[in-house]
Design a protein around this ligand. Structure first.
Ligand code: ZN
Ligand code: ZN
Length: 318
């Protein structure tokens, strides 16, 4: 069992602390049971490759009315920035680890993976949660093609999430998520929706925007399914973001991405749910690497490897 880092004990006022080791001089702290997790549940949805101008950056919400409605209830102060490489590997790494570009190819004994501990690992190790309480949902890629959390020596496979890689499209991923709400009782779920990016690369505007609309519909499904369950309603924070955008029209347009233009670097971010400040007003540009520390502030851990910081003002004072 891991003991809580000192900084966490000092900082964990939001939902109470994971174990304070050393409370008794007579017992081995590692024998003390961890308190059960009592904080908010969190669902993180990542829509791969949605350009900001087609989602929350569109004042008419032509393709993303569900996102716009949730943004109006929560905190969505504008785009956050991918200041790393604006591809899926590196963008998801920044979201999942709080470290820029922390992704590694398969090599030797290791499959393709994130190079630093992920939010799943921090959460499970801090609260001694079993894997099924922290989910990683994505379509039915063969297992070897799923980018794994880290092999970091202090975290690693012992703290990986339950990986649910089943189905074919975004709707299947959400179906699996809804089923898991009832079968696994997750504290944290990460829902990966890849289809917008694929449709963008196909280069047909109508196909791309249709995929945006479908992802938007599915976020609405996720929110309503959460509100329909007493264990989740009023106790779940939903975050929605993307790994990267797509070129703005001055840099090649929606078909591709990968450069440092505004279209590629600016991605949506919204948070809605209990404890989220609808009047949030960032005093700096929030970045993808801020997501992991912010998740930690929500769920009672302090990531010890991040390059980001908690999104100040996102959460109401506790
Ligand atoms: Zn991507
Ligand atoms: Zn670009």
């Amino acid at each position: 069992m891991r003991s809580a880092p000192l900084v966490l004990i000092l900082a964990c006022g939001l939902i109470g602390c994971p174990p304070a080791s050393g409370d008794s001089a007579d017992s081995d702290p590692s024998d003390l049971p961890l308190p059960s997790y009592q904080g908010p549940r969190v669902v993180l949805v990542l829509i791969d490759g949605a350009r900001y101008t087609e989602v929350l950056g569109d004042p008419k919400a032509a393709w993303a009315p569900e996102l716009a409605a949730l943004a109006a209830q929560g905190c969505a102060p504008g785009p956050i920035l991918n200041l790393g490489v604006t591809t899926t590997k590196y963008g998801t790494a920044s979201v999942h680890t709080g470290i820029w570009n922390a992704w590694a190819d398969a090599n030797g004994e290791y499959e393709a993976h994130y190079r630093y501990p992920t939010h799943w690992e921090y959460l499970r190790s801090s609260w001694d949660l079993p894997p099924e309480r922290a989910l990683y949902l994505l379509p039915g890629y063969d297992d070897a093609s799923v980018w794994k959390p880290s092999y970091h020596e202090d975290y690693g496979p012992e703290f990986w999430p339950l990986i649910v890689n089943e189905g074919w499209d975004d709707a299947d991923v959400v179906d699996n998520f809804v089923a898991a709400l009832d079968s696994q009782d997750p504290v944290f779920s990460m829902v990966y929706l890849p289809s917008v990016d694929g449709a963008g690369h196909d280069g047909v505007w109508e196909g791309y925007t249709a995929a945006v609309s479908e992802a938007d519909r599915l976020v609405g499904v996720i929110w309503r399914e959460l509100q329909a369950r007493p264990a989740y309603a009023g106790n779940t924070v939903l975050l929605v973001t993307s790994d990267h955008g797509r070129h703005d029209d001055e840099h090649g347009g929606f078909q591709d991405h990968g450069c440092a233009c505004d279209g590629c670097q600016q991605v949506m971010f919204l948070a809605v749910g209990p404890g989220v400040n609808p009047a949030c007003a960032p005093t700096r540009a929030w970045e993808q690497v801020d997501i992991v520390p912010t998740l930690g502030a929500l769920q009672g851990y302090v990531p010890d490897h991040t390059e980001g910081a908690v999104m100040e003002g996102l959460l109401l004072p506790y």
